[in-house]
Design a binder for this molecule. Structure first.
Ligand code: CP3
Length: 336
């Protein structure tokens, strides 16, 4: 069994598995080389040979315990027939919001669009060493809603959402719940062993609406993973002191914490869950000694917990790969 699965399934604390969000990305020269020849980001995600190659790039460079399939959370609204574009400076954009097309998309067509993702998973699984894990992922419904409606640049998001037709939102959330489950199970059948659920914008939900937009939708996906024996890692970024309520209500196999969560508070209050991540990705941009001291601090705090080393968010494009290597090598020395 891989180190990561031992941690997730057996709550084994004898080792600390390590991987990074955005471990395949612009901080790697070999990534930039392929990316520069493939201007259309979504097309790149749907090129199964290249997606598999990009997934493997960080595995070749570092002794990581898991590969995360190179794809994006926005392949879902795309497969639900929205015109998603990745703009150079301003990030993703839904050019043509069309709720009818979204709600009317058939399972068969959705899966046909996403077939290259499943192919990329199959290919990667064949190349990946047996002691490494393969992680697949989905975006949580709320976070996808933000991108579907292009609300990312807005403040008062809950109000903006509430100004919309409530019944329309309900229908969208229901469709996402159904189709995200389809994507989860097809990724599993293709060879993925673990699912991470990214709720990157959970921190923007008003307190009184957390059940509706965050806890219930995440719970539904985690339950589905449980029914299909897939370990789940939830990342409700920005929830601050509501992380604890999230764990109690959603009950994921593991919880990924961001850099705003005090790791000592997490250690003392999060029960029956593996903890992942936490370290500020910005610390990888500066002094190597400081980055390694912070690595040590997280390892020490979580020495008696099932802990997966990762960061509080994705690796930043300006990161020096040499610092990443030093951290990976340090974490791999842990034997308890
Ligand atoms: O290595 C990995 O972690 C796997 C691949 C992965 C990507 N996106 C590739 C990617 C994963 C897991 C994601 C998830 C994702 N995508 C999230 C959730 C995690 C998070 O960051 O909060 C979100 C919100 C998105 C949406 C998205 N995709 C944005 C906002 C952007 C543009 C902004 C940016 O940081 O570049 C993307 C593009 C994207 N997805 C890139 C990569 C490597 C950068 C593409 C490039 O310009 O080269």
């Amino acid at each position: 069994m891989s180190k990561l699965l031992k941690c997730l399934i057996n709550k084994d604390i004898s080792c600390v598995p390590i991987w990074f969000m955005r471990q395949a990305g612009r901080y790697l020269p070999e990534f930039k080389k392929i990316r520069s020849k493939n201007q259309n980001f979504l097309k790149l995600c749907f090129n199964s040979d290249l997606a598999s190659e990009l997934t493997m790039q960080p595995m070749k460079r570092f002794n990581l315990d898991a590969a995360i399939i190179f794809s994006d959370i926005l392949v879902i609204p795309y497969a639900l027939r929205q015109q998603i574009e990745f703009r150079e400076k301003n990030g993703p954009w839904n050019k043509n919001l069309n709720i009818n097309k979204f709600l009317e998309t058939k399972e068969k067509d959705f899966l046909l669009t996403l077939k290259p993702v499943y192919e990329a998973i199959k290919k990667t699984k064949q190349t990946l060493k047996k002691d490494k894990s393969l992680i697949a992922f989905v975006g949580a419904p709320w976070t996808l809603l933000i991108y579907i409606y292009n609300l990312k640049e807005n403040h008062n998001l809950s109000e903006k959402i509430n100004l919309k037709n409530k019944s329309e939102i309900k229908h969208i959330l229901k469709k996402l719940d159904e189709f995200l489950k389809l994507h989860i199970i097809h990724q599993k059948e293709a060879g993925a062993e673990i699912i991470q659920i990214f709720d990157s914008w959970a921190g923007l939900i008003k307190e009184g609406e957390l059940d509706e937009y965050c806890f219930n939708p995440n719970r539904s996906l985690v339950k589905f993973c449980n029914e299909n024996e897939i370990p789940s890692i939830c990342f409700p970024k920005g929830l601050k002191n509501k992380y604890q309520e999230f764990i109690e209500k959603v009950k994921p196999t593991a919880i990924s914490i961001d850099q705003e969560v005090d790791p000592l508070w997490a250690k003392n209050n999060f029960k029956e869950v593996c903890i992942q991540g936490g370290m500020n990705p910005k610390l990888l941009l500066g002094n190597e000694r400081v980055a390694l001291e912070e690595t040590e601090r997280y390892l020490d705090i979580f020495k008696n917990n099932p802990y997966i080393f990762n960061l509080g968010h994705g690796i930043l494009p300006e990161t020096n790969p040499e610092i990443v290597k030093k951290i990976v090598d340090r974490v791999n020395l842990v034997k308890r």
